[in-house]
Design a protein around this ligand. Sequence first.
Ligand code: GDP
Length: 446
Amino acid sequence: MSGTDTIAAIASAPGAAGVGVVRVSGPAVPAIARTLLGRAPRPRHAHLLALRDADDALIDRGLLLHFPAPASYTGEHVLELQGHGSAVLLDALLRRVCQLGARLARPGEFTERAFLNGKLDLAQAEAVADLIAARSQAGARAALQSMEGVFSRKVEALLRDLIALRVHIEAAIDFPEEEIDFLADPAIGRRLDAVRAELADLLREAKRGLRLNDGLRVVIIGRPNAGKSSLLNALAGSDRAIVNAVAGTTRDVLRESLSLDGIALELADTAGLRETDDEVEREGVRRAQGELQRADVALLVTDAAHAGADVAWFAALPPSVERLVLINKIDLDSTAAHSEQRAGCRWLWASAKTGTGLDALRHELKQLAGAGSGEGAFSARRRHVLALEQVAAQLDLAATALHANRAGELAAEELRQAQHTLGEITGQYTSDDLLGAIFGSFCIGK
Ligand code: GDP
């Protein structure tokens, strides 16, 4: 439903040299436009005018554009006033339109109205905020794809297949005498498996989209003195972490954000994961373990002597975390930099001190972050990935109900829940709390 009142905000960064924009949306727009221009504006036409305050004093000279409902960003009547990019002038303009019947918009309220009016679905609306906040070119490109609906269309396609399958199963349940035969039909199992495969593909793409959006979360682990801080410094090109030859120096979690050729990386250097009696250090180890639960990649820094023992730490990681092993300090025994694949993880030989072999590590990290993922790569948020993981679990239960137990009702119920979970991504099913949280994190004027 359209907003019943009219909202206004400065929609450009005030103070930026050049053009400043005040955006207004709602039913009072045609009247506000007529008052400012002295006549009805032509739709989507740039009128050059003197913008005046209530006392007829000149505020600025600028442009007025009217986008009549419903062909506008919000789906309502929208007015854009373009003036000089001065904060003082834009404030005066904003005050003027508020005198004429608008009120100040809350953060994200324009996009929220666009969502409520069906101009965008929820995943697209989130992509607007992600585009504005993008920290890398690849992230911005991916957010643009989601804003254009690439992700939403895939969710919709999956939803359609899921609904069709559910209807099919429910139809059989209505005829109990045929149900047993029907559920034993391998074709129905194959259809469910096809939906699960489609979901697995989408989940993989969404995870990549999350990395493009949030950056790849890399947690560096290893015993004290392995060279973790040195590596963080070498990658970040600064002396943020303290490099020290006394074991146990890195007691807290240090973070560094960096961009590798347009790909965002979040690096966390943790305390070594050793058993310790030191209270402060034990806290550091606890935090390191917490970091690892949220990581995309665990990068183990070790050396030739300790690698065999240290890889045992990987056993405690959640299965979704990618593993990399860096054999550091190769300058000490003149080993050549190289890399190989061993037992499902990548091993790299390098020196944080001399920088030898670090390009291969950068390349590896960029691949994991989704570099070169192509034109169609879209951005996603953590809530989307969590929803898709939940759908995967629900489809697994549906498959068990169908294949193992021939329990059509149970399978249909799981599919119904999966449908609901998927619908939350695009906003078919939402709570006010969720909408509040999503749009509240936008900036004002968007
Ligand atoms: P952390 O405790 O794992 O963070 O280890 P640090 O980064 O503080 O390094 C411990 C010591 O090892 C320091 O004296 C570093 O200069 C040294 N070191 C780190 N990387 C290398 C390397 O590649 N080669 C050599 N020779 N020394 C290194």
